[in-house]
Design a protein around this ligand. Structure first.
Ligand SMILES: NC(=O)c1ccc[n+]([C@@H]2O[C@H](COP(=O)([O-])OP(=O)(O)OC[C@H]3O[C@@H](n4cnc5c(N)ncnc54)[C@H](O)[C@@H]3O)[C@@H](O)[C@H]2O)c1
Length: 394
């Protein structure tokens, strides 16, 4: 095990702050020894934001050029939390310099770039992992346990959605999120989480059909200040066209069944509702991120509803909560930010060389990020061919 690990975050925006906070909290969750951790630098083009984020989360310094993170001898681990199109260049440079990399989802913008990143990760001796944080939601992990231990059994069909409303307002300023072709909008942004969630529960998606997109707001005003995440800032009267999707819907086939998935960034009144219902051999279950501390189970016996809908408050007997929450009692609640902390701890366990059996479940591989983009491309192909079925590239 290394004696010391220096940590940096590139990108101090919405998710960058979640990474900064997670590295700070990671040693407080999970169990077992870790190397000494040093929170070294927060890097962002916006120097004031980088400095403020470093100060808030206890990092020793800030940088404005990611190349300085690549070159820094006191940094071993780096979160890459900038716009998707920037991931490849930064990740490849970090891996070449021997840094361990935790890259945000989606892996990048295109399947070709994702393949190159998988190759760079395979060539490197460093750990390269992807931030599919929703796998760390205790409710989703609990449903997966119920599927795998036979309580629910194999998944026959799925209904899944990810409703967000960050783009509802026509005055929400233009940002990197609205640039690119159909499929790079809601589908890449929140859809990458949703396809991963469905695959986490039901297994790999082999084909998609019925692909469709809708863009309701076709131009957006340019911001007059720095935009972080979904924030609104003062805008100019100059507009730029929106190229990508506000909404996407599609059907999926997975090894034991099929389902319907929909994602939106204009689902008015739903700031952050990822939800999934799984219908399985021995019952059904559902989870909705509006109520992250609970799941709903409905077990059947011989095909008849036996228990009815039962709401289960998550507690220490469910994944992540014991050893994961400071107050690990039923009903205390768990939130999206906790997922980033569990993820950071899992990454540290792996870098420290702790066996998987003694650590939190490993983070997603880059190859899973490539697969997610192949699913996305199949949706795009389906949508541009009148919704016909398309295989997901192997
Ligand atoms: N896992 C999750 O739940 C989750 C949530 C939100 C975002 N994300 C992902 O995180 C990434 C960032 O999203 P966000 O919402 O935080 O974006 P953001 O726009 O809020 O922040 C990005 C930051 O990167 C900075 N930046 C841009 N170019 C840079 C450069 N060359 N060097 C250094 N900094 C630079 C910007 O100044 C900005 O502050 C995306 O890949 C997104 O998909 C993941």
């Amino acid at each position: 095990m290394p004696q010391r690990l220096g940590i940096a975050v590139i990108g101090a925006g919405m998710a960058g702050r979640a990474h900064a906070s997670a590295w700070r909290a990671a040693p407080t969750v999970g169990s077992g020894e870790l190397p000494d951790l040093e929170l070294v630098s927060i890097c962002d083009l916006a120097g004031d934001l980088a400095a403020a984020t470093a100060a808030r989360y206890g990092f020793s310094r800030h940088d404005t050029d990611w190349q300085d993170i690549v070159d820094a001898p006191d940094i071993d681990i780096v979160s890459v939390v900038v716009a998707n199109s920037l991931h490849k260049e930064i990740v490849e440079a970090l891996l070449a310099a021997g840094k361990h990399v935790l890259c945000e989802k989606p892996l990048t913008d295109t399947v070709d770039d994702a393949r190159a990143m998988v190759a760079a990760a395979e060539k490197s001796d460093s750990i390269a992992r992807l931030g599919f944080t929703y796998r760390r939601a205790p409710g989703l992990a609990a449903i997966r346990d119920f599927i795998q231990d036979g309580t629910l059994g194999e998944v026959h069909h799925v209904n899944a959605w990810y409703w967000t409303d960050y783009a509802c307002s026509p005055t929400a300023p233009m940002s990197w999120r609205y640039k690119g072709e159909l499929g790079s909008g809601a589908l890449a942004d929140v859809g990458s989480h949703l396809t991963d969630t469905v695959e986490f529960l039901a297994g790999p998606i082999s084909s998609v059909s019925g692909g469709r997109f809708h863009t309701a707001i076709t131009e957006r005003p340019l911001p007059l200040g720095h935009v972080v995440g979904h924030d609104h800032v003062e805008v100019s009267d100059e507009f730029e066209p929106v190229g990508n999707d506000d909404y996407a819907g599609f059907g999926v086939e997975f090894p034991t069944g099929s389902g319907i998935l929909q994602v939106s960034r204009i689902a008015a009144g739903h700031p952050n509702s990822l939800g999934v219902e799984v219908f399985c051999a021995n019952g059904s279950a559902s989870f909705d991120f509006r109520f992250p501390g609970q799941i709903v189970l409905n077990q059947s016996i011989d095909g008849h509803a036996a228990t009815g809908l039962t709401t289960i408050q998550l507690g220490p007997e469910h994944p992540y909560i014991a050893d994961g929450l400071a107050m690990a009692a039923p009903g205390v609640g768990v939130g999206q930010n906790d997922g980033f902390t569990f993820q950071a701890r899992a990454f540290l366990d792996e870098v420290a060389g702790r066996p998987e059996a003694e650590s939190l479940p490993r983070c997603a591989q880059f190859s899973e990020g490539l697969h997610a983009l192949e699913v996305r491309d199949a949706v795009i192909a389906s949508a541009t061919d009148n919704g016909s079925a398309k295989e997901v590239a192997a």
